[in-house]
Design a binder for this molecule. Sequence first.
Ligand SMILES: Cc1ncc(COP(=O)(O)O)c(C=O)c1O
Length: 441
Amino acid sequence: MNFENLQQTDPLCYQLMIDEMQRQEESLELIPSECIASLSTIEALGSPLTNKYSEGYAGARYYGGNEVIDEVEQLAIERAKQAFPWVKHVNVQAYSGSPANMAIYNGLCEAGDTILGLSLSQWGHLTHGHKVSATSKFFNAVQFGLNTDGYIDLEEVERLAHEHNPKVIVVGFTAYSREFPFEAFSKIAESVGAYLMADISHISGLVVSGAHTSPVPYVDVIMTTTHKTLGGPRWALIMTTEKWLKKDPEMAKKIDKSIFPGLQWGPHNHQTLAIAVALGEALTPEFREQGHQIVKNAQALGKYLEEYGFDLATGGTDNHLLLMSVGKGRGGFLQEALDMAGITLNKNTVPNDPGTAFNPSGVRMGTPIMTMRGMREAEMKQVAGWIYRVSEIITDFVYIDDKEARKERLKEFRAFIAENQELKDIKEEVKNLCIQFPIYK
Ligand SMILES: Cc1ncc(COP(=O)(O)O)c(C=O)c1O
């Protein structure tokens, strides 16, 4: 990659960018919601299409000079329709996943209408109605949870749907390692006349690859971010299915109006171009193969972790991610120690978590980036081994209920991991593996 203009005009920004690129190249990224955008996508993102204002939609813009931008937007829409067959209408203008979810509620509901979604602590997203999110300020958010075994509590969903009569039911997750039960949700939504919205941000790349069931036959509207398993720029797609249009032929227009002029003004055209590029890549056989490999790698990683005695939520995975219990309130300890060893994942609540939201008892990890770098089952074995070694190094550090004592222990822990030689050795081993699988060849 050539950044010579930036290097000359702003060495400070250039250096920060190089430092981050180096961090990415030399460490193992296991956060399941991240991906590697291709060089072509990055070139599109850095293009002068960012210079243009084009509020409105193709053929109906407020400013002139949008002939080319119209073509770009239509291309992105067409490719989205090819990637998600049978989708009838696509909006490619939402600024990211959170605004896209808000735009759907805003298009479908009046202020105060009820939305029903999975609670954040049980792996829903903030924008599915969490109390600190605007989605619960403007709408009456009701939240469902998980069964003790870590699967969605469909009986609770059904009970709450009948009790609260929601306008929209959301089926979508951030840390659920099993197939999303679209069909079961569809039956519940139909029984109460609610719109069913699928937030497939995490799994959309798997859906395109055929490695996960498609929500298209079951739901009314689909939102996906484009920067997770879909492997594109940070952005979002809102897609309307035939089912929805049968219920209300005006609905697609309501969503479009909700985005513009309801919530947003100018679309980010460099992003639209980058989406078109990424969707073009998603239509290739290589992408399809990659989607299946992401799942195979996650299953292999899960198997090796279980061989080391780790406890996985629901006993494994059907998709790209794994959720692992590591003892009451210890998720943060493992996250920080792994950081020191060049392995990035995040602390996360687990089913029936004995810890707290801030000190949860598990970690969440996924295989998209490792797979996109070319790593396969053999490397997953190595990764599981490193996770085990790191967890053994920190066995003396456990969660303490007393807040003051906990703070002190955390200080000791941080001093310990900063100096620990074995963590430094593992970091070197991790770096050596990463160098064999460069992100940008
Ligand atoms: C399921 C789900 N929906 C929505 C979002 C929000 O996306 P964004 O970060 O683009 O606002 C995320 C992001 O993590 C997500 O996982």
